[in-house]
Design a protein around this ligand. Structure first.
Ligand SMILES: [Zn+2]
Length: 678
């Protein structure tokens, strides 16, 4: 068996054309067996625990399993089918069990702890120290230091929390699916574009109904709120959207919210942290709830005056246009869009001819060459999982190999939506060899047609730059250990390389490299560039307040002892008070459908959206100071950030690049909320 399974042979590139779905299960089982042997070898060693025989050995244990599972899960996202999806259901719990076995392996932890306790005497490098901390925390954050009774309580809490999150999510989904707006009079569609109308018609057809149906799923809800002229219907939709999980019935999520925050708090206390936010933030760039709170407070103070002005301006515009009395939540997107049209008169169709996909790809390559001296050569002899996937050899100025780069641009059946960066092989250094990474980006960009090439919307252009920024973080990695290489950094730091690269899309000097009309070859006119820039930050003050309101609500639940909280709505109103612009809606509650923090992984982490923006604006301002293609600044960014992965605390890395901590002013200047530097 092992002889024939391509996944169990040694390979440099993922051997896609030889892999059949049935190869995965036996390969993963075999790789788990090998990994278990490797762990067993560490545990049963007769030598005293050392950094190399324990920490380093643990780091490289299971590397084959990592490579096989990365191929498997990448395929499950980019080129899946029923078989692969079923297999994923089967394999995921097996992998979770394997990971739990390691974390709960008391003998293994004992050895790790022995090394950790000698840390002061070991003379480790900075990177080794980080790895040691990381391995030790992996155990202790999961209760390894607790007595047996507390360990049992922790498992119990984790189990209950998993069940509560699941139930929270099921309620949100049930509530989202339960509501529909059924329109039978075409007049009520006034303002809606063709696409939204036909989608609504389809929804109605699926339910064997006449007319049009809109629901609370984003693709239906958002266009309705943005374009539907009928204000009372917008109000109905908005209130339905905001009342999910808040109906005093079997789908009500209030009790789930209270239970979740209370159990999370208990878990944190059990592990020795004052609050759940302290527990989560220990492994974040932001470090502490105090720092997150003061970060948001500072941004709030600086953005609020602009947000209020925008609000007043929008309300005035709405009163003039349609004679409403007060601007309400359900008016924001609708009148905002109208005002934006009036001010900028900019739509995708005007821009698309300048962004033919091949031009944009060459653009992002050209920008990387100007910044980092990278060269991209398309190659045709690397195995791929689909003929549409392109492969490139990436090298530096001296022709030295940097990475292998896969790019998969267009939607297909079997590919999930969105855009992402991933890797098939991490960079690491072992046996005197610097193993170079295999990095991939996967997107769903507009496909070419028979008579038109693929022309990207501006949003797609920034998405490509964004994912490519992540890819650079992966490709330029230069560390020893794979688990802290490339994008393996603290979670609120990972968006810096991606978001910072988006900035080049707004710069004339960069656009001139690639934004040429696909028919005439004309470079994008200055006037359009100016409009793109200005419209990108339209209503940035209000948008900032909205993001802050979510971040503050999140922290309000997780950075205190919640045992006294009884009324979800009341608690929420208090948390929202500093950011409120629109009149309060009694029927609504945000927390009861705030899936990011009660179902997904964003608890005590919502702030990171704004955090990442502050970082990227601050970093980009450093680039702009000497010119956006200044090689010295780029080299510094590469040396201090892109090549370093998670080898040091991100705050240290960032300060080394910037000379100081990031401050919010650059973001506010970019958004036009503060005057530009002269
Ligand atoms: Zn990203």
């Amino acid at each position: 068996m092992a002889q024939k399974n391509p996944l169990l042979q040694t390979f440099e590139h993922a051997p896609f054309s030889k892999i059949k779905t049935e190869h995965f299960k036996p390969a993963i089982e075999e790789a788990i067996r090998l990994a278990k042997n490797e762990i067993e070898e560490i545990v049963s060693s007769s030598e005293a625990p050392s950094f190399s025989n324990t920490i380093e050995a643990l780091e490289f244990a299971g590397s084959q399993l990592d490579r096989i599972t990365s191929i498997f899960f990448n395929l499950n996202s980019a080129e899946t089918n029923d078989e692969i999806q079923e297999l994923a259901q089967e394999i995921s719990p097996v992998l979770t069990d394997f990971k739990n076995d390691i974390i709960q392996n008391a003998d293994l932890f004992e050895r790790v702890k022995k090394v950790y306790d000698q840390k002061g005497e070991l003379e480790l490098t900075v990177e080794q120290n980080t790895l040691l901390d990381k391995k030790y925390k992996m155990f202790t954050r999961n209760g390894a230091n607790l007595n047996d009774e507390d360990k049992k309580q922790l498992r119990d809490l984790d189990k209950k929390l998993a069940a509560l999150s699941l139930s929270f999510g099921e309620n949100v989904l049930a509530e989202t699916n339960r509501y529909e707006l059924h329109i039978t009079d075409e007049k009520d569609l006034e303002g809606l574009p063709k696409g939204a109308r036909s989608a609504a018609k389809m929804l109605a057809k699926e339910k064997n109904k006449e007319g049009w149906i809109f629901n609370l799923h984003y693709p239906s809800y958002l266009p309705f709120m943005k374009y539907a002229k009928n204000r009372s219907l917008r109000k109905e939709m908005a209130i339905a959207f905001g009342a999910k999980g808040f109906h005093n019935d079997q789908y009500d999520n209030r009790e789930n919210v209270l239970q979740i925050v209370k159990l999370r708090h208990q878990k944190a206390k059990l592990l020795g942290y004052p609050t759940y936010a302290h527990f989560k933030l220990e492994e974040r760039m932001a470090e502490t709830p105090e720092k997150v709170n003061s970060f948001m407070q500072e941004l709030l103070e600086k953005a609020k005056p602009a947000a209020k002005e925008e609000f007043v301006e929008l309300e005035k515009f709405a009163i003039e246009l349609e004679g409403i009395d007060r601007l309400q939540k359900w008016d924001a997107a609708y009148f905002g869009e109208k005002l934006k049209q009036k001010l900028f008169d900019l739509d995708d169709e005007q821009l698309k001819p300048y962004f033919e996909i091949n031009n944009v790809i060459h653009g992002v390559f050209a920008v990387s060459e100007r910044l980092y001296g990278l060269k991209f050569k398309e190659v045709f002899d690397v195995d791929t999982y689909h003929p549409e996937v392109k492969t490139y050899e990436v090298s530096d100025e001296n022709g030295k190999e940097i990475a292998l780069f896969y790019a998969d641009f267009h939607p297909r059946q079997g590919k999930r939506g969105g855009a992402w960066m991933t890797s098939y092989k991490s960079q690491y250094f072992k046996d005197e060899k610097n193993e170079r990474p295999h990095i991939s980006i996967v997107c769903n960009f507009t496909k070419p047609t028979e008579d038109e090439p693929s022309l990207l919307t501006f949003n797609e252009v920034t998405t490509l730059f964004h994912e490519f920024g992540h890819a650079l973080h992966g490709m330029l990695a230069n560390t020893i250990y794979p688990s802290i290489s490339g994008t393996n950094v603290f979670w609120d730091f990972v968006e810096l390389p991606s978001q910072v690269l988006e900035n080049w899309c707004y710069e004339k000097e960069a656009l001139e490299l690639f934004a040429r009309h696909y028919e005439t070859g004309e470079i994008i006119p200055d006037e359009l560039v100016k409009k793109i820039k200005e419209s990108a930050t339209f209503h940035e003050g209000m948008a900032t307040l909205r993001q802050l309101s979510f971040g503050m609500l999140d922290m309000s639940w997780h950075s205190i002892d919640p045992s006294e909280i009884e009324n979800v709505k009341e608690h929420e109103e208090k948390a929202f008070a500093p950011t409120r612009l629109f009149p309060e809606v009694e029927e609504n509650c945000m927390s009861t459908s705030f899936a990011h923090i009660f179902q997904g992984g964003y608890a005590a982490g919502y702030y990171s959206y704004k955090w990442a923006e502050v970082l990227d604006a601050d970093a980009f301002e450093h680039f702009s100071e000497k010119g956006i293609f200044d090689r010295e600044t780029a080299q510094k960014f590469r040396d201090t950030i892109l090549s370093q992965g998670g080898t040091e605390h991100p705050l240290t890395l960032y300060k080394r690049f910037r000379g100081k901590e990031a401050a919010p002013e650059a973001l506010l200047r970019r958004a036009g909320l503060l005057p530009k530097k002269s």
